[in-house]
Design a binder for this molecule. Structure first.
Ligand SMILES: Nc1ncnc2c1ncn2[C@@H]1O[C@H](COP(=O)(O)OP(=O)(O)OP(=O)(O)O)[C@@H](O)[C@H]1O
Ligand SMILES: [Mg+2]
Length: 289
């Protein structure tokens, strides 16, 4: 089993889009996937079809989500919290959902140093049940980012390669050097291996691709000394359309999000976006196996 965190402390660079669709593409290739959402915005939880309720009283996630994995070392194991995605991909994948209450609960968790290792320890207990664990993280340098990177073997950093995203890479690198790798060493784990910066939300404009894009990629390797992944996830409207699907049920409109892989089976023009994720899945498998 290999654990991959999808992380950048810059917001909106495509972390969730990459996490969910990479999980779907790897699952389609026959890998047993566990997808963990540890961002209070719960965008991954929504995208895999676990937030189809419209009223708070139907919120069945508040007492069973990723917070509960962190809360206790002796109970609440992955098998107790895990859910199946709903309508996301066929066959459905296993998901640990997040919840908006993660924000207010961070403070109380931070008081116990054992918390930092719990996600790693609980993932380790299911190492025979999954081939790959993917963690979608918050855009922060907080506790939730920390426990994710401590638990991960590999890191993918999605980035639109724009100046602010690049400048954010310095804090990502310092965070890994100063906080993450020391904790991993304490657990007897190898340092976090950076699979690379993954160009994400990249314009398909031919001029841009020929000129600016190449320069932007060089900045990552030359200035920030980070590897750039070969795969590219372009900016494609199908990637937002597939999570904004809904079903009309009389007066109610129920969200019906799905992976780009499932969406491309219905809409042939989404095939090009799905193919990019299949190539990304191949690259990831080649680099971790
Ligand atoms: N390749 C893409 N093509 C088109 N739209 C995209 C692409 N990637 C992401 N988006 C859109 O950009 C927005 C932000 O993407 P996403 O939620 O994946 O980023 P994020 O890094 O997870 O954000 P946050 O930091 O808030 O968690 C979303 O509306 C998403 O649908
Ligand atoms: Mg996100």
């Amino acid at each position: 089993m290999k654990t991959i965190a999808i992380y950048h402390h810059k917001g909106g660079v495509g972390k969730t889009t990459v996490a969910i669709n990479l999980a779907a593409a790897l699952s389609k290739k026959g890998k047993r996937i566990l997808l963990i959402d540890i961002d209070a915005q719960a965008n991954t939880t929504f995208a895999v079809g676990l937030i189809k309720f419209q009223l708070e009283e139907h919120d069945d996630l508040k007492d069973k989500n990723v917070y509960h994995l962190l809360e206790s070392g002796t109970s609440n194991f992955i098998g107790d919290i895990v859910r199946k995605s709903q309508g996301f991909i066929y066959p459905e994948i296993d998901v640990i959902p997040a919840h908006i209450s993660l924000i207010e609960r961070q403070q109380e968790l931070t008081r116990f140093s054992a918390v930092f290792f719990r996600l790693a320890q609980k993932i380790d207990k299911v190492k025979d049940e999954y081939d790959i664990v993917i963690i979608d993280t918050p855009p922060a340098l907080d506790l939730y980012a920390q426990v994710s990177l401590i638990a991960a073997d590999y890191l993918i950093i999605p980035s639109d390669l724009k100046p602010f995203s690049n400048q954010g890479l310095i804090s990502v690198q310092n965070f890994i050097k100063q906080t993450i790798n020391e904790s991993k060493e304490g657990l007897g784990k190898l340092p976090l291996k950076i699979l690379g910066v993954l160009p994400s939300k990249i314009s398909t404009n031919a001029q841009y691709l020929k000129n600016t894009f190449l320069k932007q990629k060089n900045v990552i390797t030359e200035k920030y000394k980070l590897p750039v992944m070969e795969s590219v996830i372009c900016e494609r409207s199908a990637l937002s359309h597939c999570i904004n699907q809904s079903i009309d049920l009389g007066e109610l409109e129920i969200p019906d999000p799905m992976s780009i892989i499932s969406y491309a089976e219905k809409k042939s023009d989404a095939g090009i976006a799905a193919a990019e994720f299949e190539l990304l899945a191949d690259e990831v498998l080649a680099k971790i196996e």
